[in-house]
Design a protein. Structure first.
Length: 430
């Protein structure tokens, strides 16, 4: 049996939560390896809807779950989320959840900086969630971050806070923000520490290495999408971490050979939240219809998602960058009833025709999609649980996507419900 890494192959919001939840039933351990609490995963189980931001989706099924070192953790948000899940009947204990002691913390000053920068940027804002994720990653790279393990050493916190604030207070002055109160920050950290530290009682890398050597099936859960990757996405309109499959190893403490089968999650159309280029974006009734039927609002922010036709060019890029073996195609049912569907097969930028999206902002903004039209279907695909339940034209649509992206569909999702999933290939079989 192989391990499986699940990554978004578009701009996030592809339905990873449901797929990870569905795969968790076959996994022994579930690991979150990057991002912060700006990533939202919605799980629908019967009559209950769970909304997760930091917690790995495996907790809902009672699977041992890990928040890896590649994640930046807001400790107050984490404890709040644990409380919300427990109010829904999901008990989160240190036996179920393990937090990497070398994960960096998101502090209130990071949130302040994030929001102040966006407000000052005006028309040049990049559309962050304002939750401090980017500034926290900046401090991690700048080697001035406070990490989970630091909460167990109150004496050492003084020097760490001093180093951190030497940087932040200078920034805050330029943004007309008050200086951070040293005593207040330390007091807040010491207050949250006993609630967080029980989850960080063992090294994550050692726990996962033991599981790997024992032949346990490890499911790596990515957040956001490949087109938001800080290196490979539509920079600067990206997140602050590497969202691609290669980060599963670095962000968990396991070597690259442990990653196994890479499953890319792909919507049957395309959406994006926030600012940035979006070649297939629709501004007409079709876009509104997709948004309404797909309930396209951000899980974390509630912001409406921009909607457009399926972009085979960008998905093909994501497949190459991630080394994706197969895809999980989600929300096919949203396209029920369309007379005609379109798939982007290339871009026209001035007098050039390209089969990839260039890295330059000017070219990205100027890219015009080249479409191929596909006949739609009037029958319902919602709730289909086998290939034979799908309309002929829906099957043709899926097959054409496979041809254009040069990757097979391993799973097909036909509703938010856990069991409305068609399995063509079990990723855990490699």
């Amino acid at each position: 049996m192989a391990n499986v890494a699940v990554v978004g192959a578009q701009w996030g919001d592809e339905g990873k939560g449901k797929i990870v939840d569905w795969l968790s039933n076959r996994a022994d351990v579930v690991v979150r390896f990057q991002g912060g609490h700006n990533a939202g995963h919605t799980l629908v189980v019967g009559d209950i809807t769970y909304k997760l931001s930091l917690l790995p989706s495996g907790v809902v099924q009672g699977k041992p779950s890990v928040i890896g070192n590649g994640v930046v953790v807001d400790p107050w948000a984490l404890i709040d989320e644990i409380g919300r899940l427990e109010a829904q009947g999901v008990r989160i204990t240190p036996d179920l959840l393990t937090l990497a002691d070398n994960a960096c913390l998101i502090l209130p000053l990071h949130r302040d900086l994030d929001q102040a920068r966006e407000a000052q940027a005006g028309k040049t804002k990049i559309g962050t969630t304002g939750r401090g994720i980017g500034p926290a990653y900046e401090d991690k790279a700048g080697r001035r971050a406070i990490r989970v393990g630091d909460l167990s050493d109150p004496e050492a916190l003084d020097a760490k806070i001093e180093r951190l604030l030497a940087h932040h207070n200078a920034l805050r002055k330029g943004l007309d923000l008050a200086e951070v109160d040293v005593a207040g920050l330390k007091a807040a950290l010491l207050e949250i520490a006993p609630k967080v530290l029980p989850f960080a009682s063992q090294p994550v890398w050692r726990m996962l290495d033991r599981a790997y050597r024992d032949g346990k099936r490890i499911l790596f859960e990515g957040a956001q999408g490949s087109l938001l990757d800080v290196d490979h996405g539509t920079y600067p309109y990206v997140t602050s971490s590497n969202t691609v499959a290669g980060q599963a190893a670095a962000g968990s403490g396991l070597g690259p050979r442990s990653v196994g089968y890479v499953l890319g999650i792909v919507k049957a159309y395309t959406t994006r939240v926030g600012e940035g280029p979006f070649p297939t974006e629709l501004f007409d009734a079709d876009g509104g219809r997709i948004a309404e039927r797909g309930r396209e609002f951000g899980t974390v922010t509630g912001r409406p998602r921009r909607c457009g036709w399926f972009d085979a060019v960008l998905v093909r890029q994501s497949i190459a960058i991630n080394g994706i073996h197969g895809i999980a195609l989600t929300k096919l049912d949203v396209l029920d009833g369309f007379d005609e569907l379109k798939i982007c097969t290339g871009y026209r930028i001035g007098d050039r025709v390209l089969d990839y999206l260039p890295a330059g902002m000017k070219d990205q903004a100027a890219a015009e999609p080249i479409y191929e039209s596909i006949e739609g279907w009037s029958e319902s695909t919602q709730g289909a649980r086998s290939w034979k339940d799908l309309p002929a034209n829906a099957i043709k649509y899926v097959r054409r996507i496979e041809e254009l992206i040069a990757a097979p569909v391993a799973l097909l999702s036909t509703s938010p419900e856990r069991d409305d999933t068609i399995l063509m290939h079990d990723p855990f079989q490699g």
